[in-house]
Design a protein. Structure first.
Length: 179
């Protein structure tokens, strides 16, 4: 993301209420509070990415309506496939497990591992923004149906890139859980 955007983890830390600040002072609660704050930041970031994917999906659905209204059925399958893929990956990202940081959690995930997961999430924010931009700027010309195919190919590559980054995050989670 751009240098002007702050790290959500910093925003979560800055918005701690008095009780959360007190928890940071109590031995045993301090680590729990820090891990919970990282999880909150992770969830906020994932929700933002899922929202961007939903916006991209809405742009593609609008293009699909334009195509159908123009009786151009040549690219509907490609657009429909992209819409389906975006819906799937958005759901996966939005509803992904955060993990549990209770006092006696069965699997111990420390701050370093949580920060690594957050960094994977943060990496694919740029992919989601690129995807949203490519769908937002998508223009359909009914007089030249084939002119949209290069854009569809580019969007398809953006979706594949995003899915690859999500798969890398999931692989990291699986390796954490296996240890």
């Amino acid at each position: 993301m751009s240098a002007g955007n702050s790290d959500i983890r910093q925003q979560v830390n800055a918005n701690r209420d008095a009780l959360k600040k007190l928890q940071l002072l109590v031995p045993g609660l301090s680590g729990y509070r820090k891990r919970e704050d990282i999880r909150i930041a992770d969830e906020l970031l994932r929700n933002q990415v899922a929202d961007k994917l939903d916006q991209a999906k809405a742009s593609l659905e609008a293009i699909r309506k334009q195509m159908a209204a123009a009786n151009d059925f040549t690219n509907l399958t490609s657009i429909g496939s992209l819409i389906s893929q975006l819906q799937q990956v958005s759901g996966e990202i939005h509803h992904a497990q955060q993990g549990y940081s209770g006092f006696a959690a069965p699997i111990s995930i420390d701050e370093t591992k949580l920060n690594a997961l957050y960094n994977y999430d943060y990496d694919f924010v740029s992919s989601s923004m690129s995807l949203l931009e490519s769908t937002t700027n998508l223009v359909y010309d009914p007089s030249s149906p084939a002119s949209i195919q290069p854009a569809i190919t580019g969007i398809s590559k953006n979706v594949a890139n995003l899915k690859q980054k999500w798969a890398a995050r999931m692989q990291t989670i699986e390796n954490i859980l296996a240890k």
